[in-house]
Design a protein around this ligand. Structure first.
Ligand code: SF4
Length: 99
């Protein structure tokens, strides 16, 4: 069973984007030479700003990216177990790495 919000007595299912094959992590250069931060995007282009531009998120916030439903959701395995492990391994803040 998927987790989700209750609406009256009906529970609206939601999916975690982190468990979707279309949620991708990439390195974004910052500051000086050889530094980068981790960002995530939806390769299906679902995440958008009000202006219509693509929206990207900081990697450490990835478990907050949920959707009530998504026609492109492509689960990579058991969602509950994956999200539980991911929560343990995610950084607690935006971190700068070196190449
Ligand atoms: S395709 Fe849907 S479920 Fe997958 S990352 Fe994009 S918005 Fe999330």
């Amino acid at each position: 069973m998927k987790s989700g919000k209750f609406l009256g007595s009906y529970k609206i299912p939601k999916v975690y984007c982190a468990n979707c094959a279309h949620c991708t992590v990439f390195k974004q250069r910052v500051g000086g030479i050889g530094s980068y931060v981790l960002r995530v995007r939806c390769s299906k282009g679902i995440w958008k700003k009000h202006s219509g531009e693509e929206k990207i998120y900081k990697y450490f916030t990835i478990v907050r990216r949920t959707r009530p439903a998504c026609p492109y959701y492509d689960p990579m395995g058991d969602e509950k177990a994956f999200i539980k492990e991911l929560r343990k391994s995610l950084p607690v803040k935006d971190e700068i790495y070196s190449f």
